[in-house]
Design a protein around this ligand. Structure first.
Ligand code: HEM
Length: 538
């Protein structure tokens, strides 16, 4: 087999240290290869995915290819015994290719400065800020050590896209060791969030049949609407208690109860009464256990960062981590969800934080709120209860959610463990490396988003049917086969509740609220309570 011609662009060739050249396939290159020799794909181990249409434009063909040996089969670095074929040479006009660098050459904070930052300066609650700070200091790809863990952080939209597009059939999320260890210790089943490999695939396939598509989740619309009616009733009661101020203090508390009630409605087809005046004791205890879990987020991080051999000397973090999980597992009512999803608390907080941030942003930007409200009145009506099928008429409401999650991505960073060798940002990253994808930083990158600090839901409006405003800079639900399985449910709930809140109230910032900083409590939540005024529209 010999492919005689192959176009290379300047950025396609990356020179390795020993003078050989690694090929980075451009889209044209890949298409060309497919056209001239479809069979060749099977010989390019690393290209197997591409032939199934799952590859990525900038995927690197990690071959140690000699520029002078076109047509020769050579071993591919980073593939399991695959061979590649040099199909051409860089055009003479091509700029000098870059050298592939080793991880030892990657910049990043030293172990000690990281220890001081995280353990002495409370860095675990400022993970999002540290992401920004480290990106400024070390660039868009840098390495760090957290106790026994070594992490490569990626804060560049295109590199994030490269990593996620290259994923295999069962991507591995990082940082779940503590959860897995706890579950093994106590004999608890692994949930979807922390499962890996074949076990994950099996669970995911079961769930995805039920809740992955917008049209499948539309059937939950009526149930969610009932819960929203209860939420608004509850808000009106609280306002009456507050008297003339019309203020609801710490809105997240109320939105958390709403999230819990609607998840129960959707997933266990039951009502818990979280939005009633009197909450049943078991639900109350469960909510307290969840709060404890989150107040102990720091402990969770310490539990993961302290090596096992140090535990006899510093036992507290691991013991507390187990104690808070034991607390949550006591509640048999919630076991079904715990079993499937692993951490119900995370899911509830994702929804409640997002609702808190979006109402806060609407209150802080009254002009934007007015335009969104006008869209609702114009395209739906001021008192028509929305259904799932109405959402396509309200692109700005959808923009509000996207923009909220861009400014405050509840998961400010995500993890992946590389499953094969890769070259990212000019660095050779071996298989098994833990990556941290810095979504908070890419969401605030002014090379990716114009005026990134501004709340502009209209930036997400499509100009026409072919316009795509998707952007790897902001992927709050993740991307690909391991992305959020509850995305469609969360979107449905949040869109429906935002519409009805805006139909019922004009949302204003309470005088004492001021600017609310974000804080990482595992997820990116408000750093202080958000108090808002909900002024009746009629
Ligand atoms: C605003 C609300 C939410 C946001 C922003 C959000 C975001 C995310 C993100 C970023 C991930 C990780 C994806 C990845 O690694 O690529 C994730 C995973 C997950 N989410 Fe959500 N989520 C939300 C609500 C929900 C809800 C309501 C549910 C359940 C009903 C849910 C269920 C899950 C599950 C089970 C996973 C793990 C998926 C897996 O590992 O296969 N999420 N979510």
């Amino acid at each position: 087999m010999r492919i005689t011609h192959f176009e290379l662009n300047a950025e396609d060739g990356v020179e390795t240290e020993d003078g050989s050249v690694a090929l980075q396939l451009s889209e044209q290159g890949r298409d060309f290869l497919k056209k001239v020799h479809p069979g060749a794909m099977s010989h390019f181990g690393i290209l197997l995915n591409l032939s199934k249409g799952k590859g990525c434009v900038s995927r690197v063909l990690q071959a140690a290819l000699r520029p002078s040996s076109p047509g020769q089969a050579v071993p591919l670095r980073g593939t399991k015994g695959g061979v590649g074929i040099l199909v051409g040479e860089s055009s003479p006009s091509a700029a000098k290719p870059q050298r592939v660098r080793d991880l030892s050459e990657m910049p990043g904070p030293g172990t000690w400065s990281n220890l001081v930052e995280f353990f002495l300066k409370n860095g675990f609650s400022r993970i999002h800020d540290i992401q920004l700070q480290h990106t400024q200091q070390y660039g868009k790809i840098f390495k760090s050590h957290f106790g026994p863990q070594f992490v490569v952080s990626i804060a560049d939209r295109d590199m994030v896209a490269q990593v996620l597009r290259a994923e295999g059939r069962a991507p591995q999320r990082a940082n779940m060791e503590s959860w897995q260890e706890y579950r093994q210790l106590r004999g608890r089943a692994t949930g979807l969030i922390s499962a890996e490999g074949e076990e994950w695939l099996k669970m995911r396939n079961v769930l995805k049949q039920r809740i992955m598509k917008p049209k499948d989740v539309a059937m939950f619309s009526a149930g969610v609407t009932d819960v929203i009616a209860d939420l608004i009733k509850r808000m009106k009661c609280v306002k009456v208690q507050e008297g003339a101020s019309e203020t609801i203090t710490d809105v997240n508390n109320l939105f958390f109860k709403f999230a819990m009630e609607s998840v129960a409605t959707i997933l266990f087809e039951t009502r818990l009464g979280c939005l009633e005046r009197q909450i049943c004791q078991e639900t109350k205890d469960y909510m307290e256990a969840l709060e404890l879990m989150f107040s102990m987020f720091k402990t969770t991080m310490y539990a993961g960062a302290i090596p096992k051999w140090l535990r006899p000397f510093i036992p507290k973090p691991w013991n507390e981590f187990c104690r808070s999980w034991d607390g949550l597992f006591r509640f048999s009512k919630y076991r079904v969800t715990q079993k499937h999803f692993c951490n119900l608390a995370v899911l509830l907080l994702q929804t409640s934080f997002t609702l808190s941030w979006s109402t806060y942003l609407l209150a802080r930007n009254p002009a934007v709120q007015r335009v969104v409200y006008e869209e609702i009145v114009r395209n739906l009506g001021s008192d028509v209860t929305p259904k799932a099928q109405d959402l396509s008429k309200l692109p700005l409401v959808r923009g509000v959610l996207k923009e909220t999650l861009r400014l405050f991505p509840v998961l400010p960073g995500n993890g992946r463990v590389t499953q094969e060798d890769m070259i990212v940002g000019g660095y050779f990253i071996p298989s098994g490396t833990q990556l941290a994808l810095c979504h908070y930083t890419t969401s605030h990158d002014n090379e990716v988003f114009d005026q990134p600090g501004e709340f502009q839901p209209h930036r997400w409006l499509r100009k026409n049917d072919v316009d795509r405003v998707d952007n790897f800079g902001a992927i709050p639900f993740g991307y690909g086969v391991r992305s959020c399985v509850g995305r469609r449910i969360a979107e449905l709930e949040i869109h429906l509740v935002l519409i009805q809140l805006l139909q019922a109230f004009e949302i204003q910032v309470a005088p004492n609220t001021g600017t609310v900083p974000a804080k990482t409590h595992g997820l990116l939540g408000p750093g202080k309570p958000i108090d808002l005024k909900f002024v009746d529209r009629k």
